[in-house]
Design a protein around this ligand. Structure first.
Ligand code: NAD
Length: 385
């Protein structure tokens, strides 16, 4: 069928198979051009189908020459409705990786479940023996616990409600939004979904099964950001989960010292992904950030960030801040970048956003995520979904 974008608020409910393939291809080409460096050779990526996880998988495959196993939770097409972008991305990645001589196997299902962990561990035993890197890049709205109950994460503040500017993604209008505060139960649930508990369950199950190589590295991703987003991010319910994720990294390194495992948090840049589009205030910040970083020649997307992470930050001596975190938000947090954004933040409104922000850049990346907007893809053509 002819596939067109159907955008509803911050989500696109269709995805283009050829466009997703193009998106994966371009990310592969970026890393391929940079050549390979010495690094892990057997890598598990949990949350491997979109955003930072997909870019991680591409960066380790083409930057380290690694074989990969990926885990993601995506929807296949039912013949009438397209599959999700992550499903097409995964198909495309496997195709390219195999053509280039790499092992690439993907599991589609609930990464929180014990069953998925068992299946992946069995596959590692069979095909790899052991892995030397585990990337945990899952971003989920909810988690089904082992007893069958479901907990849902929230994007709310902690303490008191917070009012600030946001962009209404339906019409690009700047307006005020009040983000309510989360209650105790919501904070607990957000930590259960987006904190480090499941990461630890993966590592523990893998350690006990003997599938982690001595001296392996495990990574999970976090965000800090500037003061304008602190109430909703760093100090909000998601920030509590990210604190838990950080604490988990410290615990993992201690708990699995017997195999010399090193666990790190990488603090990444704010980027357009399916997860970040859902956070109030953050999309407006991202559109200003893109404008300022592009003007400064410092803009990076997922693949540029992940390529820099695996190529420069964790091979050899691991580069961290005093708290042991890898800082890939170093360009984003530069004083001159943040100073410019806070100057713009106060004055930006619905009229000036087109000029002061990079609305086009935001939307281009948004459409690209679902395989739309590539000039070399014919969107009038019938495609197999
Ligand atoms: P994303 O939505 O693009 O990717 C999420 C991935 O998780 C997908 O592969 C999805 O299939 C998978 N997933 C979701 N639920 C799952 C489940 N139940 N079982 C298995 N897989 C599941 O998100 P992203 O923005 O790339 O986020 C990845 C990580 O990076 C998160 O920890 C996020 O907080 C962090 N991060 C994001 C940003 C940003 O601006 N986007 C910045 C810094 C850090």
């Amino acid at each position: 069928m002819v596939v067109e974008p159907k955008v509803k608020g911050f989500i696109c409910t269709t995805a283009h198979p050829k466009g997703c393939e193009e998106s994966v291809k371009r990310q592969i080409e970026y890393t391929k051009k940079k050549g390979t460096v010495e690094g892990p050779k057997k890598v598990l990526v949990i949350g491997s189908s979109t955003g930072y996880g997909l870019a991680s998988r591409i960066a380790v495959t083409y930057g380290y020459g690694a074989d990969t196993i990926g885990v993601a939770f995506e929807r296949e097409s039912n013949g009438k409705r397209t599959a999700t972008a992550g499903w097409y991305n995964t198909m495309a990645f496997e195709k390219f990786a195999k053509e280039d001589g790499y092992y690439a196997k993907s599991f589609n299902g609930d990464g929180f479940s014990k069953q998925m962990k068992e299946e992946v561990i069995a596959c590692i035993k069979e095909d790899f023996g052991q892995v030397d890197m585990i990337v945990y890049s899952m971003a989920a709205p909810r988690r089904t616990m082992e007893d069958g109950t479901t907990v849902t994460s929230v994007l709310k503040t902690v303490g008191e409600p917070f009012t600030n500017k946001t962009i209404d993604l339906r019409n690009n209008e700047i307006k005020e939004v009040t983000v309510p505060e989360a209650n105790e139960e919501e904070i607990r649930a957000t930590i259960q979904v987006m904190g480090g508990e499941d990461w630890k369950e993966w590592i523990r199950a893998m350690h006990d099964a003997g599938v982690i190589k001595e001296g392996a590295v495990t990574l999970a991703y976090s965000y800090i950001g500037p003061v304008v987003t602190h109430a909703i991010y760093k100090d909000g319910s998601i920030g509590q989960a990210k604190n838990h994720l950080y604490d988990t990294s410290v615990e993992l390194t201690k708990e699995f010292a017997d195999i010399g495992l090193k666990a790190y948090i990488s603090v990444n840049k704010a980027l357009v992904t399916q997860s970040s589009a859902a956070i109030p205030i953050v999309p407006l910040y991202i559109s200003l950030l893109y404008k300022v970083m592009k003007e400064a020649g410092l803009h990076e997307g997922c693949i540029e960030q992940m390529d820099r992470l695996f190529r420069d930050k964790i091979t050899g001596e691991v580069e961290t801040d005093e708290e042991g975190r890898i800082r890939l938000d170093d360009y984003e947090m530069k004083d001159e970048i943040q100073k410019k954004i806070s100057e713009i933040w106060d004055s930006v409104d619905s009229e000036s956003i087109q000029e002061l922000g990079d609305i086009k850049g935001y939307w281009d990346e948004f459409y690209n995520m679902f395989g739309f907007g590539y000039d070399n893809v014919d969107y009038t053509e019938n495609v197999e979904i």
